[in-house]
Design a protein around this ligand. Structure first.
Ligand code: NAD
Length: 301
């Protein structure tokens, strides 16, 4: 089985090296030929265009910056679509657009070729060490056929649903990362400006439930995902008091706390529903309502 890999940058360089280490027959391409040097030295073949890769390979991966490059490589002149063989599989590992990958999927089906979206998370260290989460959308049987290759560069490979589902999961993941990043930046600057040593503030966040990961291992599964906010693990009125005191500190020390104040307003709105003695996570019900009465639930089993 011949594997092709297009896009050998920060992520693609490490992932393709692990495909090669996995013993697969690998052909690579990138706009920057020098990005392929270590792979070629380790036994990979070079192709001059994405089309050449698609014509030669049974499985084609891309790891490209944005939807613009994905569209050009997948559907453009001498791209993958023009040259892919019936029965072959194209997997996009980039973080792209769910609508674009659905269009690509439909177009490739005209030729009897398969498409999976398989964005990754774990950064360049994960790409180098084979410790990536890979979130896959598309036909489940095709996914199962590709799973062994995905496991050559990812240690958490999971099927997410129809085409586009992997990308939606990845976009949700990254939005959590950058939302969290914003509020951590607010709290570190406020803590330091309020007179505490930077390491002490940082360690407080890292040692508490945030850094321990308790929110994801216990709190969210028990509350958000069950719609269960009673009895309270921690009452809304007490959490509202804590964030309120922090926002007062922000005003006292002149530190803008946009994300912190937004969280406080959410909790205030939940208090106004009479939910003061319910669990502090109960503001989730307001967001479910605003989202169009969406219920985010999973089976407790
Ligand atoms: P990058 O810019 O380092 O690599 C992209 C590679 O694609 C480059 O080597 C570039 O030369 C090549 N390329 C661009 N256009 C091309 C074309 N038309 N034909 C052939 N090659 C082309 O980017 P990256 O950080 O490796 O990210 C790749 C994707 O992975 C992005 O969608 C990114 O959002 C996602 N991602 C990145 C990280 C990260 O930590 N860097 C983590 C997870 C996901």
């Amino acid at each position: 089985m011949k594997i092709g890999f297009i896009g050998l940058g920060n992520m693609g360089g490490g992932m393709s090296a692990n495909v090669l280490k996995g013993g697969y027959d690998l052909t690579v391409h990138d706009l920057r030929r020098e990005a392929a040097t270590p792979l070629l030295e380790s036994g990979a073949d070079w192709a001059d265009t994405p089309g050449e890769i698609a014509a030669a390979c049974d499985i084609v991966f891309t790891s490209l910056p944005t939807p613009r490059e994905i569209e050009a490589v997948a559907l453009g002149e001498d791209g993958i679509f023009d040259n892919i063989k019936p029965g072959a599989v194209y997997l996009d590992l980039s973080t792209g657009s769910p609508n674009l990958i659905r269009q690509i999927h439909a177009k490739f089906a005209e030729k009897g070729a398969h498409v999976l979206d398989a964005p990754v998370s774990g950064g360049t260290i994960g790409a180098r060490t084979g410790k990536l989460a890979i979130m896959v959308g598309g036909d489940k049987d095709v996914f199962e056929r590709c799973r062994p290759i995905l496991e050559s560069f990812g240690d958490r490979v999971s099927y997410k649903g129809d085409i586009g589902s992997g990308t939606i999961c990845k976009l949700m993941h990254n939005t959590v990362v950058y939302g969290l990043q914003t509020i951590v930046a607010e709290c570190l600057t406020l803590g330091v400006k309020a007179g505490v040593d930077a390491k002490a503030v940082f360690d407080a966040i890292a040692d508490g439930s945030v850094g321990r990961g308790t929110m994801f291992s216990y709190t969210f599964p028990e509350t958000y995902l069950q719609g269960n906010f009673d009895p309270a693990h921690f009452m809304l009125k007490l959490a509202h008091k804590d964030v309120g005191l922090a926002m007062e500190l922000g005003r006292e020390f002149g530190v803008p706390m946009a994300a912190g104040n937004l969280a406080h307003q959410e909790m205030t709105a939940a208090l106004n529903r009479g939910w003061q003695d319910r669990d502090s996570r109960v503001a989730m019900l307001l967001q479910e309502e605003r989202a169009g009465n969406i219920e985010v639930r999973i089976d407790k089993e």
